[in-house]
Design a protein around this ligand. Structure first.
Ligand code: GLU
Length: 499
């Protein structure tokens, strides 16, 4: 049977380096064995999935040089490759489980489930469904259904004993069934949850190996049970170690930029990015540092993956990128890549009119645009001391702005301006009080052209990173402080929705 692997990203938010890392190992594993690598879009979370995010995932994967054989942008024998286009399939399989009494209708109201959760938490028990609707008689179920009562379909799970999972890298993993909830498989709107859709699709797409992040280990018992219920052979599981921040915590955008687009916009070469992601937990037999995707594939042996949490360290990545620039690009290629980057990082329709109205000669351009083409400005606390707000308040406001920017999908001048203006009015201050701190954060000086235009030119990833750097410079925010800030911040949003 040919090896078939898949990457199954959910199109929510920015394309994450962790997703690219898992995609890389799936691709290399499949292609090193003449197998097939599939890209499947798991867009069953209707609230959070967006076409823009799907588009960003595909384009960032292409930029990295990843090559999937089947996917939503390609043909293939097992499509469609977008879960939102496969709903009847999941509904059919959910009904089959009901028929075989391996799943049940649950008519519990949200209030009842909320109360149940609160009670379990106060009793210090693992939150989870208590099996209430398992007690319903067949005629009660028929009655509810004919009255069109809203329902979800949940899977039955054993209440005792342990589940043993086999993992390619970790051997046998044992998880007590008590920890496993009677998972909802089909929601009241007829959409599947991740678990049902993922298992059905892995089966229907003939996936032989599931290589994914270790955060999914706890889902494996549910998946294994579903395979047993359906009488299907389960793919071989391989849970990869998670990428970590230098302080060993799980890689998070609070501490490290995680968007692939950030690294593209910062001027990293895709070959260096792929090389670095390959080095996360894996090494070449001769331990060489610099190698191509093709070389990795030739020498790939999944057993060489080490389970110690690989650290995603920007300094090492920058070092490796320098190596690629020096060792692997001819001068002509270097020039071509540089021009490509310059063209790609800027929206020249926005930039050129701004420049035209401000310069006398082309040599004036560098001074005007230094903040666009360099890394974040070198700031000192004293840069913020001259502002009207205290350093503490400045830090708080910068964090509020960052949260608003993180929630902003439309990265256009008018929209950004409105976002800032709304925040200022919710804070009961004039927008002119927010502007200077933004100027310093973004450009390093109070003199520049319109700050929202600058933010558009820099793009969301670089802009947000500059805010994080400024917040860190002002002392960073402890977990406790985050909670306090969040309270104030949510209160602001409430005030505006109530008025
Ligand atoms: N949609 C899941 C994700 O967002 C896929 C997890 C898996 O590979 O099973 O990562």
């Amino acid at each position: 049977m040919p090896v078939r692997t898949r990457i199954a990203p959910s199109p929510t938010g920015d394309p994450h380096v962790g997703t690219a890392y898992i995609a890389l190992f799936n691709q290399v594993f499949a292609h090193s064995q003449n197998g097939v690598f599939v890209l499947r879009i798991e867009d069953t979370d209707q609230q959070r999935s967006t076409p823009a995010s799907e588009e960003a995932i595909l384009s960032s994967f292409k930029w990295l040089g990843l090559q999937w054989d089947e996917g939503p942008d390609k043909t293939g024998p097992y499509g469609p490759y977008r879960q939102s286009e496969r709903l009847p399939l999941y509904q059919k399989y959910a009904k089959q489980l009901i028929k075989n009494q391996q799943a049940f209708y649950c008519f519990c109201s949200t209030e009842r489930l909320n109360q149940l959760r609160k009670k379990k938490i106060s009793d210090k028990k693992t939150p989870g469904y208590d099996g209430h609707c398992l007690q319903l008689t067949t005629s009660q179920v028929t009655e509810y259904l004919s009255a069109n009562t809203a329902y979800v379909i949940r899977m039955k799970v054993p209440q005792e004993g342990v589940c043993e999972i086999q993992d390619m890298l970790r051997g046998t993993i044992t998880i007590p069934w008590q920890q496993i909830d009677m998972q909802i498989l089909l929601k009241s709107d007829g959409w599947p949850t991740y678990h049902l859709a993922n298992v059905v699709d892995d089966y229907c797409m003939k996936i032989t190996h599931v290589i994914r992040g270790e955060e999914w280990i706890n889902s494996a018992p549910k998946h294994q049970l579903l395979y047993q219920y359906f009488n299907w052979t389960m793919p071989i599981l391989c849970h990869m170690p998670l990428l970590r921040n230098p302080d060993k915590s799980k890689l998070s955008k609070r501490k490290n930029p995680t968007s692939i687009n950030y690294y593209r916009d910062m001027g990293y070469l895709p070959e260096a990015m792929i090389n670095y992601l390959a080095r996360m937990g894996w090494s070449m037999p001769d331990e060489q540092e610099q190698f191509t995707l093709q070389t990795m594939q030739t020498h790939f042996n999944i057993k060489r993956i080490s389970l110690g949490g690989p650290i995603f360290d920007q300094e090492k990545l920058a070092w490796l990128n320098g190596l690629w620039i020096r060792n692997s690009l001819t001068d002509a290629q270097f020039k071509a890549r540089l021009l490509e980057w310059l063209l790609q990082i800027n929206d020249y329709d926005t930039l050129l009119p701004l420049l035209k109205s401000r310069i006398h000669t082309f040599r004036d351009i560098a001074a005007q645009t230094v903040f666009l083409f360099s890394d974040a400005p070198e700031l000192n606390i004293s840069d913020f001391e001259s502002l009207m707000t205290s350093l503490d308040i400045t830090k708080q406001y910068l964090q509020f702005i960052l949260w608003r920017l993180e929630a902003t999908d439309v990265w256009e001048s008018d929209c950004l301006f409105l976002t800032l203006k709304t925040l200022a009015s919710q804070l009961n201050i004039k927008i002119n009080q927010l502007m200077p701190m933004i100027f310093i954060t973004i450009c390093g000086s109070l003199k520049s052209w319109s700050i929202v235009d600058s933010m558009v030119l820099l793009g969301p990833n670089i802009t947000r990173t500059r805010f994080k750097k400024a917040i860190d410079l002002l002392g960073g925010i402890s977990k406790k402080q985050v909670k306090t800030y969040e309270k104030i911040y949510h209160h602001l949003a409430d005030i505006s929705t109530n008025t």
